[in-house]
Design a protein around this ligand. Structure first.
Ligand code: SAM
Length: 392
């Protein structure tokens, strides 16, 4: 069986055989990505670039089977997995002060998943785990050559949404691929509009290049969200300029409350720099009138509207924890699933990816049940791992 796709199934109409994409135990596996190598799919008409909005080529799991799977992978809080974050590589071209302690840039994990394996993992997680939305992240996803194969392949799967989280440094360089893939949403992590503060926080990169990349994507009609980690000692003075920059361009700014990940868990830097939702709102309220607005059930951000101007959000890990409604699952660049950002427990799915479909599906149900049990009941506790390893 080729990696990166799902074992070839007998076609519809083959007497006495299963319809396309349906395994012997009735689970549907999207079959498009048997392989990412365009030429290798040869004359198979099913490998044509599909309409993302159409799932007619994916035979649905039977309602009965779906019900059983849903019950098996749902916890007592009603949480299940809907959103998958994929760390394409652990490597990053930045060394942000809140992400790595010593300014040393992170390098790829010892053995990272291939593009084919990533797409196969997503196909299985869609079929077995009910994953509907995928975000490609890292490390820095645009640093990895795999992104050129993975992103367009994910765009062809019948997912509800495919997004990308990037520091933006390579947006210009990757513009043609990104626009060509049809991606609709990109989150850019940007903590300041001040070039000096930028270099102090990211310890690398060039602000003007990031801003030009954002403009290029926005001009192509890609929806931009900006993620900013507000920190008392580093960029408190940037809260209002960043908000104005985003409102002017129709971007949603999301403030991510500093999280006690990695070296921040020790406390000193965290306590010095943490800026909570109340203080942020006070700062914003000094210039703008805002009102809280609706956010989807499993949204991580609390959203606010500034009438006539736009919206902004706060990912209030500390001030308003959202663990109870979290539907996120993370796949690390070396093939481990994490059910919770606040847990060191991981579940290696690399061996599973080499199994025939039926066995892979059965094994994945058990793995997902365990990953779900790793979720915190109420609030983020902090963890020694850093986001770059497991996909921020
Ligand atoms: N390199 C990409 C980027 O910069 O967007 C993706 C990976 S980065 C780890 C994803 C997000 O995690 C970024 O928005 C970053 O600001 C955030 N992040 C990392 N460590 C954090 C921490 N300790 N607290 C809050 N946010 C953090």
């Amino acid at each position: 069986m080729p990696v990166g796709g799902v074992k070839k199934k007998p076609g519809v109409g083959d007497a006495g055989q299963l319809p396309l994409g349906v395994t012997q135990n009735g689970i549907c596996i999207p079959y498009r990505h048997r392989s990412l190598g365009g030429g290798r799919s040869g004359g198979d008409s099913r490998s044509k670039a599909p309409d993302r909005n159409s799932s007619s080529d994916v035979v649905p799991i039977s309602a009965f089977r779906r019900g059983i799977l849903a019950a098996m992978i749902t916890d007592i809080h009603g949480r299940t997995f809907r959103n998958l974050r994929i760390s394409l590589t652990a490597a990053c071209n930045y060394a942000c002060t809140y992400c790595v302690p010593n300014g040393k840039k992170l390098v790829p994990a010892e053995s990272e998943l291939s593009a084919d394996h990533i797409v196969r993992a997503v196909s299985l997680l869609m079929a077995v785990g009910g994953v509907e939305k995928v975000r490609v992240t890292g490390g820095e996803p645009l640093l990895s050559p795999k992104v050129d194969a993975v992103l367009p392949a994910l765009m062809r799967l019948p997912l509800q949404d495919v997004g990308l989280t990037t520091n933006g440094q390579f947006l210009l360089r990757k513009a043609d691929m990104l626009i060509g893939s049809g991606i609709r949403r990109i989150n850019v992590s940007l903590d300041t509009l001040d070039p000096r503060a930028f270099r102090e926080i990211a310890r690398s990169g060039d602000l003007a290049t990031v801003l030009a990349g954002i403009d290029r994507m926005a001009a192509a009609g890609v929806q931009i969200r900006i993620n900013m980690v507000p920190m008392r000692s580093a960029n408190l003075d940037q809260v209002l300029p960043m908000l104005e920059y985003c409102l002017d361009r129709g971007f949603e700014l999301r403030f991510i409350e500093l999280m006690k990940m990695g070296h921040l868990r020790a406390g000193n830097q965290f306590n010095r720099d943490f800026l909570g939702m109340d203080e942020l709102l006070e700062t914003i309220g000094s210039r703008y009138e805002y009102a809280r607005t609706d956010a989807p059930f499993d949204s991580t951000s609390v959203r606010f509207e500034i009438p006539g101007r736009g919206v902004f959000g706060i990912i209030a890990n500390e001030s308003e924890p959202f663990c109870a409604s979290c539907t996120r699952l993370r796949l690390s660049s070396d093939g481990r699933l994490f059910g919770c950002l606040s847990s060191l427990r991981s579940h290696d799915i690399r061996p599973l990816l080499a199994l025939p479909d039926g066995e892979a599906e059965a094994a994945l149900v058990a793995v997902l049940g365990n990953a779900l049990a790793d979720k915190q009941p109420v609030r983020f506790q902090g963890e020694v791992t850093v986001m770059k390893f497991i996909g921020g």
